[in-house]
Design a protein around this ligand. Structure first.
Ligand code: SF4
Ligand code: MG
Length: 329
């Protein structure tokens, strides 16, 4: 498979200012040197608790944040310096589905207007062509053309997310960032939206960056996964390998938090459940940022940041425990 997106050493620091002069007091390191790639036609899942930098990563990719450092390549081209028309053309290939379908759609616009907006922005002006395109898009997302005249506020959360997806698909992008697309929805309709996203991905040959805090959902949808903790990727690899090996203590804890059907096994699982709260990104622990919650923490964990190292082809872990094990083999 060929590569569609490559994120290289991305850093996104936000200054925190203090005093009457507004001097920079320190930086919040929301994303702190992460690298990953996504192949064409692949679904790459980015998982972690809220505040770990997933959405910031997404916003950096689509150019909503000015990066602190790093490069982002799309189809082999560095897109971080794009401006004007070149940046606009990139928007046609890259779309985003947002977490909150209540906030992301203007309730005072009709569905037709919402979906027509990107169509017009990219050159469709004929009213009949727009009506036909909107009707077709609505059908693709399980609604119908009769919905076009209604207002966004008349729809349920799940239906609104379908409208958001139709809008994202309108200009035929290659790549879609799904930022927690189901976490604001009722559990009963989450699976419908996920299955629809998978069907659309196959039908249109799309590539997704799928962001979520729920690892079980990400496993279901993703080919490869990156696990994020406080601005870093701590484990990354194929979905199957991550679940089979779960080398990083944080991944183990995330998996332990997934309810499992066998009650006899739950005791053993609970011993690795996550303890304590995620530290503030303003005040990250030294060395391994997971150490304040890690039951395996050693002296070296306070002194040295563990590197994300390949322990198998395309399988990476950042943990001193694993590195020591490998060194001793
Ligand atoms: Fe735990 Fe140390 Fe590994 Fe961090 S590096 S996850 S503290 S064992
Ligand atoms: Mg988020």
């Amino acid at each position: 498979m060929s590569e569609l997106l490559r994120v290289e050493n991305l850093k996104q620091y936000f200054p925190v200012r203090k005093g009457i002069l507004g001097r920079v007091h320190h930086y919040v390191k929301a994303v702190d040197d992460i690298s990953f790639h996504i192949d064409k036609g692949e679904i790459f899942g980015l998982v972690g608790e809220s505040g770990c930098g997933k959405s910031t990563t997404a916003r950096s990719i689509i150019g909503l944040h000015k990066r602190t450092a790093g490069n982002i390549y799309f189809n082999g081209e560095d897109i971080t310096m794009l401006k004007g028309e070149a940046k606009r053309m990139l928007c046609q290939e890259m779309q985003m589905i947002f977490q909150d379908p209540y906030a992301s759609l203007n309730p005072r616009m009709t569905v037709r207007e919402i979906i027509a907006e990107p169509l017009r922005a990219f050159g469709m002006n004929d009213a009949e062509a727009i009506t036909a395109a909107v009707g077709e898009l609505l059908e693709k997302v399980g609604l119908n053309k009769g919905h076009a005249a209604r207002y966004a506020h008349e729809f349920s959360g799940g239906q609104r997310q379908r409208i958001g997806i139709a809008r994202a698909l309108a200009i035929k992008p290659k790549f879609i960032i799904c930022d927690e697309p189901i976490s604001a929805l009722d559990v009963s309709i989450q699976a419908q939206i996920i299955n629809m996203l998978i069907d659309l991905q196959k039908e249109f040959g799309l590539t997704y960056l799928f962001i979520a805090h729920d690892l079980s959902m990400v496993k279901y949808i993703s080919d490869r996964i990156g696990i994020m903790y406080l601005g870093n990727i701590v484990e990354m690899g194929s979905s199957d390998l991550i679940f089979q090996k779960q080398c990083h203590p944080y991944t183990q804890a995330l998996l332990a938090a997934i309810p499992i059907p066998d009650p006899a096994a739950s005791d053993a699982r609970q011993t690795v459940a996550l303890q304590g709260d995620i530290p503030s990104p303003i005040d990250k622990p030294s060395g391994c940022s997971f150490r304040s919650r890690c039951r395996y923490a050693m002296n070296i964990c306070a002194e040295k940041v563990p590197e994300l190292k390949a322990i198998e082809p395309d399988y990476y872990v950042a943990c001193h425990l694993i590195n020591e094990e490998i060194a001793s083999l």
